[in-house]
Design a protein around this ligand. Structure first.
Ligand code: FAD
Length: 363
């Protein structure tokens, strides 16, 4: 008979993506130790570049990693769009000076910056979580790992992306909401690329091709094909439309915590990539969650609190975090979703509003 190995840990973060690492770093900056469990054998940094918007930079500033990333990247001045449908191409410019600081950073640079300031031993790779349960005796969460280990945690934060096991446990039913496919990559120009500091994209039907300078030598490029409702029978299927539209909103409007378990990043708010907010919002989540924890424990997390007291304090901190994020995320998700679908149709808005109004507020 094989006996399970049990391990007791304090704060456990599932997922070593942008949000998991940012959360570990935010907690570390507030004097709280955590362990990040990542299922891949290495920290994944695929996906080319990511646009970080002003809210993301503010959060990275708080984490103390912004200045190095900034110094590696060009600040964008505008979006330059060229529409190729119909006869003559039409151009549109969106000035970034109204939006604020936006830069593209290599995902690998972002992941490395977040990871390298973490204490040794914080990140464990090759650790896939299969399931989450609540221990009937202690009421603390337990996690089952791929190698049979069972981890008993005092606090569990799911940063395991859009198909999150932790969000499943919380019955958030997360879904991938990116009905697009594409290729992306970098081209390095040793003598400089000569492109303007702008996101230049051409749009023809449902295909978008674009380039954005990361720095003077590195150019990020991408081609995306967006599937919209006309591509399928979805437009005739009101149930499917409701499911797709309500998903990000439902996530936020439902309780996103239970018994010392919560979620952050895409596990909490899977957004379409069209407004480039998923990453920035994930880093914001991390900062806010750590701030709520620090406020509750008044920088004394490591004090010898009795288990029941610690449990209650963590629950209260999570409640504050959820409340603080709720309206912020509703706004971001709504903006992201409507931009992504291009469906500012009355019917869709009614479905969204209906969902928002019908959900029970968490408390
Ligand atoms: C094409 C595209 C372009 C985008 N562009 C932008 C952009 O320009 N700007 C922007 O801000 N956002 C952008 N986004 C969104 C952004 O990438 C995400 O919001 C962000 O990466 C979310 O980070 P996360 O850590 O929450 O999730 P993820 O990055 O998905 O990380 C989750 C991590 O959890 C791990 N994991 C999953 N399950 C388990 C498990 N059971 N056990 C252990 N580990 C597990 C995964 O291996 C992964 O490392 C884009 C998204 C896409 C798809």
């Amino acid at each position: 008979m094989v006996h399970a190995i049990f391990e007791d840990l304090d704060i456990v973060i599932v997922g070593g993506g942008i949000c998991g690492l940012a959360t570990a770093l935010a907690l570390h900056r507030k004097g709280m130790k955590s362990v990040v469990l990542e299922k891949s054998e290495t920290l994944r940094a695929s996906g080319g570049a990511i646009a970080i918007q002003p809210n993301g930079w503010r959060a990275l500033d708080e984490l103390g990693v912004a200045s190095k990333l900034r110094s590696n990247g060009i600040r964008l001045e505008r979006i330059h769009e060229i529409y190729l449908n119909g006869g003559k191409p039409k151009e549109k410019f969106v000035d970034y000076s109204n939006i604020g600081e936006t830069r593209w950073v290599k995902r690998s640079d972002l992941i490395e910056s977040l990871a390298q300031d973490l204490p040794l031993g914080t990140i464990r790779v090759g650790c896939q979580i299969f399931s989450v349960k609540i221990d009937a005796n202690t009421s603390f969460p337990t996690l089952q790992l791929n190698d049979g280990t069972i981890i008993r945690a005092k606090m569990l934060i799911g940063c395991d992306g859009a198909n999150s096991v932790v969000a499943d446990f919380l019955e958030l039913n997360p879904k991938k909401l990116h009905p697009s496919s594409g290729v992306r990559g970098f081209t390095y120009f040793p003598n400089g690329h000569g492109f303007a500091p702008e996101l230049l994209r051409t749009i023809r039907d449902k295909t978008t091709a674009g380039v954005a300078p990361v720095n003077d030598n590195l150019l990020f490029w991408f081609v995306n094909h967006q599937y919209n409702y006309q591509d399928s029978k979805m437009v005739e299927d009101s149930k499917m439309i409701k499911q797709m539209v309500s998903c990000p909103m439902g996530h936020i409007a439902r309780p996103v915590s239970e018994r010392n378990v919560t979620v952050a990043g895409d596990s909490m708010h899977a957004m379409t990539p069209f407004v480039g907010q998923g990453g920035s919002a994930s880093i914001e989540d991390a900062v806010v969650l750590a701030r709520c924890m620090a406020r509750k424990f008044q920088a004394n997390y490591n004090n010898d609190h009795k288990d029941f007291k610690r449990k209650k304090m963590i629950e209260e901190a999570i409640d504050e975090y959820v409340n603080e994020r709720r309206m912020r995320l509703v706004k971001l998700a709504l903006q992201s979703y409507l931009l992504g679908t291009n469906m500012l149709m009355f019917g869709i808005i009614v479905v969204i509003c209906e969902d928002l109004l019908l959900q029970e507020p968490a408390s």
